[in-house]
Design a protein around this ligand. Structure first.
Ligand code: IVH
Length: 678
């Protein structure tokens, strides 16, 4: 090796490190990469090759070192220069107002601006940077002494090793390490497949990963971090207000939560806690509340602490979304398409503001993988509109009395031997005349997104079914007031209301009817696409497989399912009843997807928009010929991104390099194509 070669290699390695660090920052911190994965990989490969050839050029802050260092015998203790404190909690609007009033009166002010932040449910860490480089990171520990987990923190790609811009000589920054929900689910699936015990929640999984003595194991776990608090600082200065500090953190290259917001008054802060509560279930990480902090940092000293809690900040807590209870037994329900779903019958327990006595177990494999047994203590989770489910058993509380579950070999409703196709997780009852399926088909037909006959709920549908009056959706239009009053002992008024809803449902557009028929794989979007493409039920029924596949978003499996549906004599009889009842089985071809300024384009809308509702934007796009789809694929031209968008959609759009726009961008996009905006 010549000296010149070595110097060149060293120079190139330095250059590569700074290029890679920049792209790391774009990708992991800003979520907005500038180069493709392949280009990034090529840069990493080039650096690795140099470092293999010249090992003396490897530096601890090289991006190649993020794979994890050698295992440690134990963690070194780290004494925090400033104790890591906890926060007081408030559980209601009144309590938050009381906290605020107390702070204002101690300050002798009428008002104090605040900063709202999501309270991340992870593990607090304190990171020290010297001369713009990461030197040490510790867990909170008991607040005074934590553990040195630097080697593990280095493996988290969004944590900067080298800071951007002008950093103070040395300082400590605090934040939260957490595991994404999607990463957690994947990790638990892998563990279940290997027969390892499951983590109860992403927080425990993150704790396990952060406290791994082998950083190479940490490196494989989907950890990430948000930064939210300045510790100490030397040889420089920080902004006077907390919201400016957060902005400054972002400039230095730290990942700062985009939901953080400055709130001018307590009213704004209260609105903030509600807003964040609304998007809580759409986030890919757990939060257990919001943190509200006084914005002016000079006031922090004035306010001081009570015990180990600051007076200048507090945590507004949301109700927990998990609870532990007894699983009494496992029952099986039969769905509209014949799928058998095992579910847990629970000792009733309150979760996220509701009492839960049942939780789904999805399928047989899920029960096996998680090793859930009858009689177990189990962790239940309920988030937003999602049905409650069993997360994991608490194996340590077993007595030995617990019973394993066997999937029945006959349908629990009609007794037909069940089937399970090789390679599929679902067990199903193959009898299309199974009463459970039939009754659920009627319920689906009456549901809101279908024919919207909301008074025809579970109890009534079952009663009418058992009495032999309503066996399929077509029968709904044949029931009389007398029958209703007799069967369900409905009052006259209620019966009339129901009949009114049934009458009104006849005006529902074709897409609702198509959806209501309950064709396998045909959700609302597909039903809409069918209605647009064919404009009448008869034409859908007559369509060949290739006609069906020509519809945007319909693939071979869905096409096959639709094709088969219309070749089943029972289904045709139902359609005939609907026709005779006078339902709307055809529509004018208002805007086929081939007409209008947006014809031929496919768009996906995700997140909450301000100017329009999501449905509003979708209608706007459709009305001018665009196809609106639920998922991002290669066919997608545009993704409209609102607040709290779906993580998978964004990721997929990024991977495929699809154009993403916010509301203003959408307006521009529409105008460019000569489409109407309002
Ligand atoms: S500030 C003295 N901000 O909550 C105030 N903490 O209960 C220091 N946490 O130990 C903490 N998100 O682990 C702060 N945006 C946020 C937070 C946050 C989560 C955690 C942190 C802390 C605990 C206090």
């Amino acid at each position: 090796m010549t000296d010149v070669e070595f110097q060149n290699a060293r120079q190139r390695a330095e250059e590569l490190r700074s290029i890679i660090n920049y792209h790391n920052y774009r990708y992991y911190v800003l979520d907005s990469p500038e180069i493709s994965d392949a280009e990034y990989d090529a840069l990493m490969e080039e650096l690795r090759t140099i470092e293999v050839e010249y090992p003396q050029l490897v530096t601890p802050d090289s991006p190649t070192q993020r794979v994890g260092a050698e295992p440690l015998p134990s963690f070194e203790p780290v004494q925090h220069r400033l104790p890591m404190l906890s926060l007081g909690n408030v559980f209601s609007e009144q309590e938050l107002r009381a906290w605020y009033q107390r702070a204002c009166s101690l300050l002798g002010e009428d008002e104090a601006a605040l900063v709202g932040e999501p309270k991340i449910d992870g593990l607090a860490v304190a990171l020290v940077y010297e001369n713009g480089r990461f030197v040490q990171g510790a867990t909170r520990g008991n607040g005074l002494v934590g553990e040195n987990v630097s080697a593990n923190l280095r493996t988290i790609k969004s944590i900067p090793i080298v800071l951007r811009g002008q950093a103070p000589e040395s300082f400590e920054i605090r934040g939260e390490v957490y595991m994404t929900r999607s990463g957690f689910e994947q990790l638990n699936n892998e563990r279940a497949a290997q027969g390892q015990p499951l983590f109860a929640n992403p927080r425990n999984a993150a704790a396990g990963a952060l406290r791994q003595l082998d950083p190479r194991v940490s490196a494989t776990r989907p950890l990430n971090a948000w930064f939210y608090q300045l510790g100490w600082l030397e040889g420089g200065s920080a902004p006077d207000t907390h919201h400016e500090v957060l902005r400054w953190f972002a400039e230095l290259g730290f990942r700062v939560n985009p939901l953080n917001r400055r709130c001018a008054t307590i009213v704004d802060a209260l609105r903030y806690t509600h807003d964040v509560g609304h998007v809580r279930d759409t986030l890919d990480y757990d939060i257990d509340g919001c943190v509200v902090k006084v914005d002016r940092r000079d006031w922090w000293d004035e306010l001081g602490y009570v015990g180990r809690e600051p007076r200048w900040a507090t945590a507004y807590k949301y109700p927990p979304q998990q609870a532990t209870t007894r699983l009494l037994q496992i029952d099986v329900s039969v769905g509209r398409t014949g799928v058998l779903t095992p579910y847990a019958v629970l000792e009733p327990v309150r979760v996220a503001g509701a009492t839960i006595s049942q939780a789904t177990l999805f399928n047989e494999d899920n029960i096996r993988r998680k090793d859930v047994r009858q009689g177990d203590w189990v962790i239940i989770e309920r988030r937003g509109e999602v049905i409650p489910y069993v997360v994991a058993p608490v194996a340590s509380r077993r007595t030995g009395e617990e019973q394993l579950f066997e999937m029945p070999d006959r349908c629990p409703v009609c007794g037909t031997p069940v089937q399970r196709r090789p390679g599929e997780a679902m067990t199903f009852c193959p009898n299309p005349r199974c009463p459970a399926q039939a009754y659920r088909r009627v319920l689906h037909f009456a549901s809101r997104a279908a024919l919207d006959i909301q008074r025809l709920g579970e109890k009534l549908a079952l009663a009418l079914f058992t009495a032999g009056l309503v066996q399929d959706p077509g029968d709904v239009y044949l029931v009389t007031k007398d029958q209703l009053v007799q069967v369900e002992r409905l009052g006259e008024k209620s019966a009339e209301n129901l009949l009114g809803q049934i009458e009104a449902s006849k005006q529902k557009p074709l897409r609702n009817v198509l959806y209501g028929l309950g064709i396998r794989h045909v959700g609302e979007q597909t039903a809409d696409a069918l209605a647009r493409a064919f404009a009448s039920l008869d034409r859908v029924a007559e369509a060949s497989l290739s006609d069906l596949e020509a519809v945007p978003d319909i693939g071979p499996i869905v096409a096959q399912s639709i094709f088969e549906f219309f070749r089943d004599a029972d289904n045709l009889r139902v359609i005939d009843k609907l026709r005779r009842a006078g339902l709307c089985l055809a529509q004018e071809r208002v805007t086929p997807a081939t007409e209008g300024p947006l014809a031929g384009t496919t768009a996906v809308v995700t997140g909450t928009l301000g100017r329009w509702t999501r449905e509003g934007v979708q209608d706007l796009l459709r009305s001018q010929g665009a196809t609106v789809s639920d998922s991002v694929s290669r066919k997608t031209d545009l993704v409209v991104v609102g607040a709290s968008p779906g993580g998978t959609k964004l990721k997929r759009a990024q991977e495929l390099g699809i154009q993403m726009v916010d509301e203003d961008g959408l307006v521009a996009w529409l105008r460019e194509r000569g489409a109407a905006v309002e």
